[in-house]
Design a protein around this ligand. Structure first.
Ligand code: C2E
Ligand code: MG
Ligand code: MG
Length: 734
């Protein structure tokens, strides 16, 4: 009875033990001294293709493995049992029945009886094939990423990648296709083991539904798994084409950029009609990911290279590319013993487009102009964007008497001048151009560009919308100007500019009511220069903005100082040039000058000319209104010399008219001037404006003005423009 219970206990234990070892995923086994299986678990049976473990008992590896493999294993086991070989955690590679590579990690130890004699061995073995593959992929990935980071050629990177994938998936041919810039066509990126003729046959296919696996995957933006090319409708069009190559299935995965756009596809061609195994799917995902990184890297490299040499807005070569491009043209011309022309192009009034319609419209205009210029050039000619609204065009031939250049330049002007419609408005742009010829006007890119620029400068001086060919006189003139310009910058830095003040008096009370600030340049070698000698240049070069700011701030500060010194309050008049007035933050600058000096705005008057206002009356009125809102006064200077139509005068938010001195000069003898002056005074009063006459030199002139009811006057009769100290003395009545 007890014996039965004992034996049934043993049975239960054996059963549990059996169940336990069969549960273990690793192969476990014991063998006798002849390497025959004594015990084996189910994992060990599965490893040799058997469904039950008892099928192994009494057998050796010779029964399950190819002879050479089995002999190696048997020798190994003998060495473990009889030669004391240590065999712990040894990694081994083998191939299964379907020639697939397998990796194991195995431990084999001698088995001893109670007396310590070796009676066999115990072993345990784990399949590490997938871990090995992962390791290899990771190592491969690291190597490939290193290549990508090192800016290796994309073809090499993809080749390494796909070869890695193909080693891992036997019977598969992998490929990466790249989508072109327009996102329309697929081109071969790499296909290490696909037949050339097939790659060639499908290169450049337009993506879409039913365009094989890849064309469809790129189009649908999702993986397309075709398990049987013979029957799948997606392959309809290509079926006959691929048949000779023996591929039965094709699986394709789209490659995405970080922004979600499709860069291309990864595909696997398979000689069996089936879908991908999980391993193949994982490998495809891996390849797709790495290919995505490589392609993006290449694209950004290309973009950087492009941007370094081209203008991002118009895609034209930029000024850095210009020199090599001109050099190339020069060499060609020299070889053919012909000429070449460099045309410097400037879009007239482009600033207004930007200011009035915004920078987006400005960008649009520049792009359109670039396209139009290219449309009249032939393949060997180039247009480059020099910067802003300046372009440089390179023409191949000049012809006798510049005849060819003239015709080409006319074509360029016509192209650019064609109407442009922006926001429903039609614009006609004009251009100023300067031309320099190789070799006549220079033999290096540097000289040619400089000379074409000098000619452009002249074209602008002549009122824009015209073409000038370079002459040596231009160069001298320009050099003189450039020198002056540098001088002026230096002068500003060294505070060589000073303000003179000219009194303004009331014709009714005879009291000084204001002063006009007039700038002078105390030049270290040339002496005191009047505005006539430098203001025009300052306007052309834009230096007037800096100079004008200085005048404004100085005048405000000076006026405040007089008031603080207890002198009777005066209005200080400051001249404003068109260039200053156009500055976007002009009103803010005026406010800043007032705030900084502490001057009450009512004691500042800004003198604008009619021509300044008429350049863009709508904008001018807005700006004037903003200035009036600040509390400053506005006068129209040199009134009568411009073309403002008198009816628009009443819409201007101004306080005062300043009759130009040319009308005053011949008073009262000249009947015409007398009539005009009287009319302006009457008109001003009717509009509620005060009127001041400028350039009053004689008593007769003053009397005439008084009779006509003119409010104030300014002129040598009462006082010349004078330094601060002299004016102070005059104010103090000394
Ligand atoms: P404007 O604003 O019409 O200034 C009046 C000019 O007439 C001054 O010449 C002044 O010296 C001169 N003038 C005054 N009374 C008489 C007179 O009785 N007879 C004669 N023959 N001339 C007289 P100036 O100082 O040479 O200035 C010339 C122009 O330069 C100014 O004309 C003004 O347009 C410009 N300007 C002067 N200072 C500045 C400035 O700070 N900024 C700007 N943008 N322009 C200025
Ligand atoms: Mg003035
Ligand atoms: Mg004036």
């Amino acid at each position: 009875m007890s014996k039965t219970r004992h034996s049934s206990n043993n049975d239960v234990q054996a059963m549990l033990l059996r169940a336990l070892i069969d549960q273990v995923p690793d192969q476990l086994f014991a063998k006798d001294c002849e390497s025959r299986f004594v015990v084996a678990n189910e994992a060990a049976a599965r490893a040799v293709g058997q469904s039950a473990s008892h099928a192994l008992i009494g057998k050796t590896d010779l029964d399950f493995y190819e002879e050479s493999v089995a002999h190696t294993l048997l020798q190994q086991e003998r060495a473990v049992m009889f030669e004391g070989l240590s065999f712990v955690d040894v990694e081994e590679r083998s191939w299964d029945q379907s020639e697939r590579e397998k990796w194991h990690i195995a431990t084999k130890l001698p088995l001893r009886n109670g007396r310590g004699e070796v009676i066999g061995l115990v072993g345990c073995c784990r399949d590490i094939t997938s871990r090995k593959r992962e390791e290899r992929l990771r190592a491969g990935e690291a190597a490939i990423l290193e290549c990508i980071a090192g800016s290796a050629d994309i073809a090499d990177v993809l080749d390494t990648l796909l070869r890695l994938v193909e080693v891992e998936c036997s019977g598969i041919s992998a490929t990466v296709l790249l989508l072109d810039e327009e996102g329309r066509r697929l081109h071969s990126g790499c296909a290490p083991s696909l037949p050339h003729s097939w790659i060639h046959a499908v290169d450049g296919v337009v993506i879409g539904e039913g365009v094989g696996s890849c064309g469809t995957a790129a189009f649908r933006r999702e993986p397309v798994i075709v398990t049987d090319i013979e029957t799948d409708p997606l392959w309809e069009e290509f079926r006959d084409l691929i048949r000779p190559y023996g591929f039965m299935a094709c699986w394709s995965w789209p490659i995405f950029a970080a922004d979600g756009s499709v860069l291309g596809t990864t595909a696997m061609y398979c000689t069996e009609a089936r879908g991908p195994t999980p391993t193949e799917t994982r490998l495809a995902a891996f390849a797709t990911h790495v290919a995505g990184i490589a392609i993006q890297r290449k694209k950004s490299d290309d973009r950087i290279r492009f941007l370094a040499q081209n203008d991002a807005l118009t895609s034209l070569p930029n000024r850095f590319r210009l020199e090599p491009v001109i050099n190339h043209a020069i060499r060609n011309a020299a070889m053919r013993q012909s000429e070449a022309a460099i045309v410097f192009v400037d879009i007239d009034g482009f600033k207004n487009v930007n200011d009035d319609l915004g920078h987006r419209a400005g960008d649009h205009v520049l792009r359109v102009i670039a396209e139009r210029m290219l449309s009249v050039l032939d393949a060997r000619e180039t247009a480059a964007r020099f910067g802003g609204d300046e372009f440089v065009v390179l023409l191949r031939e000049a012809g006798l008497d510049n005849s060819v250049t003239l015709a080409r330049v006319a074509a360029l002007r016509a192209a650019v001048g064609a109407p442009i419609i922006i926001d429903g408005h039609t614009f006609h742009l004009t251009t100023s151009m300067g031309v320099a010829h190789y070799p006549r006007d220079g033999e290096t890119p540097e000289v040619l560009i400089a000379n074409a620029h000098a000619a452009l400068f002249r074209a602008k001086e002549l009122g824009r919308d015209n073409v000038q060919f370079f002459t040596i006189e231009m160069k001298l003139g320009l050099e003189g100007r450039l020198f002056r310009q540098e001088e002026m910058r230096r002068g500003l830095r060294h505070e060589e500019f000073i303000l003179y003040y000219q009194p303004q008096v009331s014709l009714t009370t005879g009291l000084m009511i204001g002063v006009e600030a007039l700038v002078r340049w105390q030049h270290p070698t040339l002496g005191l220069l009047a505005p006539g000698e430098f203001v025009a240049l300052a306007e052309q070069t834009g230096l007037i903005v800096k100079l004008g700011d200085w005048v404004l701030r100085t005048a405000c500060r000076q006026n405040k100082a007089w008031q603080e010194a207890g002198l009777p309050p005066l209005v200080v008049s400051v001249n404003v040039s068109a260039r200053q007035f156009r500055e976007r933050d002009w009103v803010a600058r005026v406010a800043a000058a007032l705030a900084e000096s502490g001057l009450d705005p009512q004691w500042l008057e800004l003198e604008l000319t009619e021509s300044l206002i008429m350049q863009d009356p709508r904008r001018a009125v807005t700006t004037m209104q903003e200035l009036r809102d600040l509390g400053v006064q506005i006068a129209i200077d040199d009134f009568g010399t411009g073309y403002s139509n008198l009816s628009s005068l009443k819409t201007f938010p101004i306080n005062r008219l300043k009759i130009d001195q040319s009308f005053i000069r011949n008073l009262p003898d000249d009947q015409g001037d007398s009539a005009i002056t009287a009319a302006v005074i009457a008109l001003g009063h009717q509009l509620g404006l005060s009127v001041i006459a400028e350039g009053v030199e004689t008593r007769e002139q003053m009397t005439f003005l008084q009779q006509k009811g003119c409010d104030d006057m300014q002129g040598y009769l009462y006082g010349r423009p004078m330094p601060v100290g002299d004016l102070q003395d005059m104010l103090r009545g000394s």
